[in-house]
Design a protein around this ligand. Structure first.
Ligand code: WAQ
Ligand code: MG
Ligand code: MG
Ligand code: MG
Length: 248
């Protein structure tokens, strides 16, 4: 008998629902047992409200039981940080890290173009690490990584934002198809971003954008031989708990 787990997902938009052209405000994805459902739904509703991107008037919450015999436990990536004086320097550092991970210059430039210009991306763009071609057909919806959470007894070791980002980056890096990830927030008040991979770990870089700017998103760079359907299925559907690593 496996314990039962539930995926809880939230997406919030302003004006109208995302698919009707509304502005993306916030999203969130959690994994929990039945006893935590109410508390987690409340946390996600709070996350959707009082957001710096605007005032949500469409909020969707979806709860689904997950096949927990598929549940996997993986340790978090190692965390490091680079502080720089300007956004330009931050971009240069991020590009160096991505190149070291095996991402081509073309692919790096395409990713920076996407994150610099996109103000309403609610998931990730998947980009071929050699050709730079975008491989998902999701446009502004992108690919939303879901069904992951921490299994550390609620131990708060950092801000909720950093915990969420580290959990997501750890799940993404775990796929053998992933070469690296680039991320910065679409929230206008948050300028730290990161580059991550299994080899690099989770490298926080600050700043990666200007205060007040609403552009941002995520790019997952993948190997040329990616099986895109199985990759997207892993990201969206495979239940993963982040567990272990350095505990202080
Ligand atoms: N799956 C795929 N893409 C996502 C997901 C997800 N579950 N959640 C967010 N994104 C994409 C989407 O395009 C968002 O617009 C973008 O990422 C930014 O999301 O160490 O807060 O939640 O200090 O605004 C990184 C640095 C913070 C944290 C990232 O992103 C640190 C952040 P946000
Ligand atoms: Mg957020
Ligand atoms: Mg988030
Ligand atoms: Mg955001």
């Amino acid at each position: 008998m496996y314990p039962e787990y539930f995926s809880v997902r939230m997406r919030a938009a302003e004006g109208k629902a995302h698919e009707l052209g509304g502005k993306h405000i916030s999203g969130g994805e959690r994994l929990c047992d039945h006893s935590q459902l109410g508390a987690i739904a409340t946390e996600l509703l709070a996350k959707a409200s009082n957001h710096t991107r605007g005032s949500a008037d469409f909020i969707q919450l979806v709860v689904e039981k997950v096949p927990s015999e598929q549940l996997q436990f993986i340790p978090p990536l190692d965390v490091s940080a680079i502080e720089v004086a300007t956004v330009q320097e931050g971009h240069d550092k991020a590009k160096d890290q991505l190149a070291a991970a095996g991402v081509s210059e073309r692919a790096i430039e395409h990713a920076f173009f996407i994150l610099n210009h996109e103000r309403n991306l609610r998931g990730a763009a998947i980009v071929n690490c050699e050709t730079g071609e975008r491989l998902d057909d999701r446009e502004q919806k992108g690919v939303r990584v879901s069904r992951m959470d921490w299994n550390d007894g609620g131990q708060v070791e950092d801000s909720v934002r950093v915990r969420e980002a580290l959990a997501l980056a750890t799940k993404v890096a775990h796929s053998p198809y992933t070469v690296a990830e680039l991320c910065w927030s679409d929230d206008p008040d948050y300028v730290t971003g990161y580059v991550s991979s299994q080899q690099l770990g989770y490298v926080r870089i600050s700043p990666l954008k200007k205060m007040g700017c609403e552009s941002g998103g995520r790019v997952f760079f993948v190997h040329n031989d990616v099986d895109i359907d199985s990759y997207m299925n892993f990201l969206e559907r495979k239940p993963v708990f982040i567990q272990g690593g350095d505990s202080e």
